[in-house]
Write a protein that binds this ligand. Structure first.
Ligand SMILES: C[S@@+](CC[C@H](N)C(=O)[O-])C[C@H]1O[C@@H](n2cnc3c(N)ncnc32)[C@H](O)[C@@H]1O
Length: 268
């Protein structure tokens, strides 16, 4: 298994995550963040900056039908379980197109679901047809490897830290399972944008909540490596995998620019 890139605890592999994961040793990751295909590239339209745009993200996001899509989720979720440490946790993001399938796969694979988080997007695009509610959230599932796992949860940090723009988080109150996190900041698109790039602020919260300094994090669908960029900022080690080399090249550009964006990415 050849590395595509490695520097300062930030490593990338090019290929199908199922093949790469089968070659990775068992029980090595403290945390996995997975943002798998949502399978919503069905030729529909959405609204962006006031204009109708095609929702298609790429050939990797085309559905192969419910059964095959579910089997894919089962396969990578099981492969991740093998690679996760006994006390490790996995996060999965998705919309209704994929998240129920992933949740069922987690249950079938004997993970323990710890939380489902609603990531509220206050700046969501309007619904063009005016026949549905405006989709303005994504769901994040958080699960431990099994019922016996003693998972990491940095409760004090979640409760007491300054969560900036999140108007739903009240000072000196527990962090709830609904998070208000806005869209990508301009500097996050400096080298172009992955079609489904996650905001750094979202990964900051996930990583701080469920890992400690020095921990090893995997993202099997790394895209532009938002997870890896934030992992590195926060002193965690990172392994990312993607089937498209263009996204790994974007990841490398973002990673190498990291020292220059120190001020924008505020972390303790
Ligand atoms: C939803 S995007 C992830 C975006 C990422 N979270 C970010 O912030 O940039 C999913 C990614 O998975 C990749 N992908 C799809 N199928 C894959 C597979 N079988 N193995 C590895 N990567 C895959 C796609 O190329 C795409 O970049």
């Amino acid at each position: 298994m050849k590395k595509y890139y490695e520097k300062s605890g930030f490593r990338l592999y090019h290929g199908n995550c199922l093949e790469i994961l089968s070659q990775i040793p068992e029980n090595i990751f403290d945390m996995i963040f997975a943002d798998p295909p949502y399978y919503l590239s069905n030729g529909g339209f959405t609204c962006h900056a006031g204009k109708a745009v095609n929702v298609n993200k790429g050939k990797w996001d085309k559905s192969n039908g419910i059964e095959k899509d579910f089997q894919f989720h089962m396969d990578w979720i099981n492969a991740c379980k093998r690679a996760l440490k006994p006390n490790g946790t996995i996060w999965i993001s998705g919309t209704y197109h994929s998240i129920y399938s992933c949740g069922f796969a987690l249950q079938k694979s004997d993970y323990k679901i710890l939380n489902d988080i609603i990531w509220f997007k206050s700046n969501a695009s309007p619904n063009l047809s005016c026949r549905y509610f405006t989709a303005s959230h994504e769901t994040l599932l958080w699960a431990s490897k099994d019922k016996k796992s003693k998972h990491t949860f940095n409760y004090d940090l979640m409760r007491n830290d300054d969560w900036g723009d999140d108007f739903l988080k009240k000072p000196d109150k527990q962090m709830r399972s609904v998070w208000a996190i806005g869209a990508l900041k301009l500097y996050e698109k400096k080298f172009g944008k992955h079609p489904t790039q996650k905001p750094l602020e979202l990964l900051k919260r996930i990583i701080l909540a469920s890992t400690n300094k020095g921990d090893l994090i995997l993202d099997p669908f790394t895209g532009s490596s938002t997870t890896g960029i934030m992992a590195n900022k926060l002193g965690r080690k990172f392994v990312g995998v993607d089937i498209e080399s263009e996204y790994l090249d974007l990841s490398i550009k973002r990673f190498e620019d990291l020292p220059k964006i120190k001020k924008e990415v505020s972390c303790q």
